[in-house]
Design a protein around this ligand. Structure first.
Ligand SMILES: CC(C)(COP(=O)(O)OP(=O)(O)OC[C@H]1O[C@@H](n2cnc3c(N)ncnc32)[C@H](O)[C@@H]1OP(=O)(O)O)[C@@H](O)C(=O)NCCC(=O)NCCS
Length: 319
């Protein structure tokens, strides 16, 4: 897999032994943050160990037993996405990731891991991609959710890290689930991944992260009580005028009184990785824009369009 754009000035590229110095400098910037849950910083402590780590992955890749990719933002190595294990005969792979602190909160890892899962499923016929994570590692669990994974269970005290035994949550996505969530098969190939099918081939189109129905309600507290009682969902976010409920496996429902900045309430919110590309697509499709592309104070950039039947769709990305 060659260099592949992640948008936002970032690229996913193979991480190779020639990057040992870059890897070491990156690890020095993120050592404490990355090392809370993963052993990578303990394996990369100087130039020799950085080189040895990268060489191990060269050997694994040559044997088809794993893959390692770096995430570069503005030409600085800031993280990675990898398959620490891969068994093509069995059709299984474990995916993983890390970022240094300066690169978190931009969706880089979600986009990077999406690319490598797409490659594994479509190019290597991998059936099951697994994600192993400490139950305390909420940002990583959020990535698993964004990737559409399901929690399989917990391996109790299975992971020894820096002298402490941790539980391991196992999450996974199966190839048919992956294809259903990406709409694979409907599109052509992607030259950069050398493959066919999947979201990568939709050049210029944004990836959709989440679709959330928005119910307009008159009494927010009463609506929250009713929907949590009936559906068993929890409150994930409460801005006073909008509450988002979730079930812990990625299903969400928003309840809102009156939109904080727009003059209309949307019926559905679609969260994408590149709202600017979505906005361009909406303009090209001559849809009616009823709330312009706006950087909202709560960290979302969004616009609303109205379809020919009058439904209003909120399209947004987190900044
Ligand atoms: C796990 C880890 C990589 C997650 O980093 P992250 O920045 O939260 O993950 P992403 O790059 O996918 O970004 C998602 C965040 O960016 C926001 N975001 C902004 N634009 C986005 C976009 N276009 N798409 C998706 N998310 C976007 C999301 O809302 C989310 O922020 P939030 O959690 O505040 O809601 C990071 O915490 C880390 O490196 N931890 C240490 C190493 C580690 O634990 N690795 C995992 C081992 S299992």
């Amino acid at each position: 897999m060659q260099a592949t754009s992640l948008g936002d000035g970032a690229e996913l590229r193979p991480l190779e032994p020639r990057h040992a110095q870059e890897l070491l400098s990156h690890m020095d910037r993120g050592r404490d943050f990355i090392g809370r849950y993963v052993a990578l910083p303990d394996a990369v402590t100087d130039l020799t160990s950085a080189h040895a780590f990268l060489q191990r992955y060269e050997t694994k890749a040559a044997a088809d037993g794993g893959r390692l990719f770096g995430i570069w933002a503005d030409d600085t190595l800031v993280g990675g996405a990898l398959f620490p294990t891969m068994n093509v005969e069995q059709g299984t792979a474990e995916a993983g990731c890390w970022l240094e602190p300066s690169a978190v909160g931009r969706g880089l890892v979600t986009r990077a891991v999406r690319l490598i899962i797409e490659w594994a499923v479509e190019e290597r016929n991998v059936h099951r991609v697994e994600w192993r994570v400490s139950p305390a590692n909420e940002p990583s669990i959020a990535v698993a959710r964004r990737l559409g994974m399901t929690k399989d269970g917990v391996l109790r005290e299975s992971y020894l890290h820096r002298g402490v035994r941790h539980d391991t949550e196992v999450w996974s996505v199966l190839a048919p689930e992956w294809r259903a969530s990406t709409g694979a098969g409907a599109q052509g190939g992607d030259p950069e991944l050398g493959g066919a099918g999947g979201t990568l081939s939709r050049k210029g189109a944004p990836h959709i992260d989440r679709v959330v129905p928005d119910l307009s309600v008159s009494d927010l507290a009463a609506a929250v009580r009713q929907h949590t009682a009936v559906l068993g969902m929890d409150v994930l976010m409460d801005h006073g005028w909008i509450v988002t409920l979730g079930d812990g496996t990625g299903h969400q429902l928003s309840l809102m009184t009156t939109d904080a900045t727009a003059t209309v309430n949307p019926q559905v919110s679609v969260f994408v990785d590149d709202v600017h590309a979505a906005y361009r697509a909406a303009l090209e499709a001559n849809t009616e824009i009823v709330h312009p592309l706006t950087e909202e104070p709560w960290g979302v950039t969004r616009f609303f369009y109205r379809d020919s039947s009058g439904s209003v769709i909120n399209v947004g990305s987190h900044r």
